[in-house]
Design a protein around this ligand. Structure first.
Ligand code: ADP
Length: 530
């Protein structure tokens, strides 16, 4: 376990394996783990939610004295706990039962029905995190995430001032950053990195709300949180940070254009021109998402090597079939064969069911296709009308489509990744996307929208210049475009096996770990404090 000289503090709304609502949780769990392995001192701050999985949290201690903050005229007390998340990651938990002792992270239906007081809840996280820094030691770098972490930069600045900590003496780097601690002891503020995992969620509230969250009123300005008469947490978070990152190189370019910028493209373009916007590809936790050792699936992959050859396809086929049988038995769906006697390819979906993910169009593609040659298992939670459509499709095609909607089910998600032949993710925009990376690790061939991180991670079979294709990129994620892509994949699936085998093997050979990106983050942290 690392000692208590943590220099880089992550602050965010979720962290796997303690509590997870989506990709942010994965990143908050897996990136610190890799940074710790490289020798950096990292600590993660999240709220002390009711639904934190207790067995994944060890050595919890109460930090005294508890803190206090006024929201408008209402005083709130909060507690700080420290402990370790599974994998020995030091964590700080902000305990405030009124705000965090609830059933969900952001609200029900995967956050679609968001809690009305989320601005207050995440203001509490920011105040709690900064209070913990004052008690436990000011870090060198604060790395905060998404709109829910957008208030952190303001609280950091109003608490420690605007002057940023600097390493003295040149090139010691993060590992030997004792001097940095010394400088921080003088009360300088940490450097601030802000990562946008999804620009579609900005934390926009009425400007009056500004006065109720314990922020200095000077931040009610267009150079901070004010945005055309509204309060915008993401904008302020960006403006008050030293560097802004987003989670794939392609998305970092896309968000500077009006089509993807959600009204902040101008701000993002300026940041880019100043060299303060970077796109760094996310990774996945390769230990956790491992078909050879995964305990949540019924059969593990029986291969030792890390790089697979075409000859290994037999084992992969066996792995898929065994997991498909087990999944079908769990959900009581018959395994169907097509005209040629081959088992129909299984489409897997694990997704939030919101417009951006394109699942609505996928469902329409199957509705329009009278006798589609696929089976599909859909796990997702989100908009009522998309959940309803998925359930209706499974009602009228009960032998071919299974839908589990409205719930978050970690175990079922693993079973789907292990059993599916094709993983469908026709997103209209996708900052990075982790599901496709996980699916490739489990040997799925991908059908994905040609955008953001999907563009950066899926090698397109239709692109003649691509050497080891792992799926198909869909330019128009309309029902017709999705049906076209599925048809292309189906034709390869029913071929002589060699082409499909090479697609499966190529997918499984794409290792989306964190090692490369962790190095980029390390030099980024160092670059802003040196
Ligand atoms: P986003 O963060 O936009 O939701 P990502 O692809 O980046 O999408 O990450 C999604 C993560 O959440 C993946 O780990 C995926 O397996 C998981 N996930 C999404 N929905 C569910 C669900 N209903 N049950 C279990 N896991 C889910």
């Amino acid at each position: 376990m690392s000692e208590f000289n943590n220099e880089i503090w992550f602050v965010g709304a979720e962290m796997a394996p303690l509590v997870k609502a989506g990709g942010l949780g994965d990143v908050m769990g897996s990136l610190p783990k890799v940074l710790l392995k490289t020798g950096m001192n990292v600590r993660v701050v999240i709220p002390y939610y009711k639904n934190i999985i207790p067995k994944n949290l060890i050595d919890i201690r109460e930090v005294y004295p508890p803190g206090k903050v006024n929201f408008g005229e209402i005083p709130f007390d909060f507690g700080i706990k420290t402990g370790f998340a599974m994998g020995d990651i030091p964590v700080v938990l902000v305990e405030q039962n009124h705000f965090f002792n609830r059933e969900d992270v952001y609200g029900s239906h995967g956050g679609v029905c968001a809690y009305k007081d989320n601005l207050w809840r995440y203001a509490m996280l920011a105040h709690g995190a900064v209070y913990a820094m004052r008690i436990l030691g000011i870090p060198l770098v604060v790395h905060t995430h998404d709109w829910s972490g957008g208030l952190v930069p303001a609280v950091v600045r109003q608490t420690f001032g605007d002057e940023k900590v600097r390493l003295q003496g040149g090139t010691e780097g993060i590992l030997n950053a004792k001097l940095g601690r010394h400088v921080n002891a003088k009360g300088l503020r940490p450097a601030i990195v802000f990562t946008i995992h999804n620009l579609g969620y900005q934390g926009v509230y009425g400007i009056d709300d500004f006065y109720d969250i314990g922020l200095d009123f000077k931040y009610n300005s267009s150079s901070a949180y004010e945005h055309f008469g509204t309060f915008n947490s993401l904008k302020g978070g960006m403006k008050l940070s030293d560097v802004v990152t987003t989670v794939s190189p392609t998305y970092a370019g896309e968000i500077t254009s009006p089509g993807f910028g959600f009204g902040l493209d101008g701000e993002l373009k300026s940041l880019k021109n100043e060299g303060r916007l970077k796109g760094i590809l996310n990774g996945i936790d390769l230990d956790y998402w491992n078909p050879k050792t995964d305990r949540l699936i019924s059969s593990n992959l029986n291969l030792n090597e890390d790089t697979y050859k075409l000859k290994d396809y037999g084992e992969w086929k066996d792995f898929k079939l065994k997991n498909k049988k087990a999944l079908f038995s769990d959900i009581s769906m018959p395994m169907k064969t097509g005209d040629n006697g081959e088992v129909l390819p299984l489409i897997g979906i694990v997704s939030r069911l919101t417009e951006e993910k394109g699942i609505n169009e996928f469902l329409d593609a199957l509705f329009n296709w009278s006798d589609f040659p696929f089976q599909a298992v859909i796990l997702g939670s989100g908009k009522d009308y998309i959940e309803g459509k998925a359930n209706y499709l499974s009602k009228i095609h009960g032998d071919k489509v299974y839908a589990m909607t409205g719930s978050y089910d970690e175990a079922l998600s693993h079973k789907i990744y292990a059993a599916a032949d094709i993983f469908v993710m026709p997103s209209k925009f996708e900052p990075c996307g982790l599901s496709q990376m996980i699916a490739m690790r489990y040997g799925c061939v991908i059908a994905a929208g040609d955008t953001g991180g999907l563009h950066d991670t899926v090698s397109d079979i239709m692109d003649a210049g691509v050497k080891n294709p792992s799926g198909i990129l869909i330019k128009h994620t309309s029902p017709d475009g999705i049906a076209w892509a599925l048809n292309e994949l189906y034709n390869r699936y029913i071929g002589d096996g060699a082409e499909w085998g090479s697609l499966v093997v190529n997918s499984a050979n794409k290792h989306f770990g964190w090692e490369d990106s962790a190095k980029v983050y390390e030099s980024l942290y160092y670059g802003i404090i040196k």
